[in-house]
Design a protein around this ligand. Structure first.
Ligand code: SF4
Ligand code: MG
Length: 322
């Protein structure tokens, strides 16, 4: 399969002023030299605890943030340094779905206008055609077209997320970044939304970056999964490979935090407990950033930063154990 998105050495640093009169500037290295690719029509899951840089990665890819450095090659073109004006054609092709379906919809707009807004911005449809498209989009996400005249507060969380998805689909994107799209929803609704996203992917040929804070949420939907820790990608592999042979100590810890349905498997599972808190991203540990919580940490882990290395076809790990 062709590569749709090729991210190379992406960095996003946020300045923080310190000291008297804010004279010193420190940087939070939210995304620090991250590289990965996504093939056309596939879903890459991106997982890590809050503050690991996964959302910042998503927002930088869609250019809500300007990258500090690196390349974002979309369909063969580097969009990392394009001006806002040059970005306009890409704004249609890349869309985002947000975690909080309450905060991300304008409460004073009707559902129809929320979904129709991107059609207006990009001059895609007006008048009767616009209305027909809005009704069609509501249909696609499993909502009644009559809902177009109603307001977001009249809907449940799951329905609001469907409205957000309809809005993202309005401009016929190729690539969707879904930032924890199901984390705020009831467990009973989560599977419905994930299944709908999968159906939409098959019907419309979409490519997804699916961001989540734990590995259980992405297993079903992802072809490949990447794991981030403190601004770094520490492991990436095909889904089955990652869940069967988690190799980075952090991935192992994340996986053993997932409750197992089968009690026998649960007993045999050597649980790795993740101890301590995530260190401050303002002052990350030297060498391997995970070393303060890693039970395998060696002397060299404090001195040398481990680089991503391919340990099996398509399976890369950044750890001195390999
Ligand atoms: Fe642990 Fe060292 Fe591997 Fe980091 S590089 S995960 S500290 S063993
Ligand atoms: Mg987030």
């Amino acid at each position: 399969k062709e590569i749709l998105l090729d991210v190379k050495n992406l960095k996003k640093y946020f300045p923080v002023r310190k000291g008297f009169f804010g004279r010193q500037t420190q940087y939070v290295k939210a995304v620090d030299d991250v590289s990965f690719f996504i093939k056309k029509g596939e879903t890459l899951g991106l997982v890590g605890e809050s503050g690991c840089g996964k959302s910042t990665t998503g927002r930088t890819l869609i250019r809500l943030y300007d990258p500090t450095d690196g390349e974002i090659i979309f369909n063969g073109k580097d969009i990392a340094k394009l001006s806002q004006k040059e970005l306009k054609p890409y704004r249609k092709k890349i869309q985002m779905i947000f975690q909080d379906p309450y905060a991300s919809l304008n409460s004073r707009m009707t559902v129809g206008d929320i979904i129709g807004e991107p059609l207006d911005i990009h001059g895609i449809a007006s008048g009767k055609e616009r209305l027909e498209r809005i009704h069609e989009l509501l249909n696609i996400v499993g909502l009644n077209p009559d809902h177009a005249t109603r307001y977001p507060h009249e809907f449940s969380g799951g329905q609001r997320q469907r409205i957000g998805i309809a809005r993202a689909l309005a401009v016929e994107p190729e690539f969707i970044i879904a930032d924890e799209p199901i984390s705020a929803l009831d467990v009973s609704i989560q599977a419905q939304v994930v299944n709908m996203l999968e159906d939409l992917q098959n019907d419309l040929g979409l490519t997804y970056l699916f961001i989540a804070h734990d590995l259980s949420m992405v297993r079903h939907i992802s072809n490949r999964v990447g794991v981030m820790y403190l601004g770094k990608l520490v492991e990436i592999a095909e889904s089955d490979e990652l869940y069967e042979k988690p190799s980075h100590p952090y991935t192992q810890a994340l996986l053993s935090a997932i409750p197992l349905p089968d009690p026998k498997a649960a007993r045999e599972n050597k649980r790795v407990i993740l101890e301590g808190d995530v260190p401050s991203p303002l002052n990350p540990p030297s060498g391997c950033r995970f070393r303060t919580r890693c039970r395998y940490a060696m002397d060299k882990c404090a001195e040398i930063e481990p680089q991503l290395k391919e340990i099996a076809p398509g399976h890369c790990v950044a750890c001195h154990l390999y």
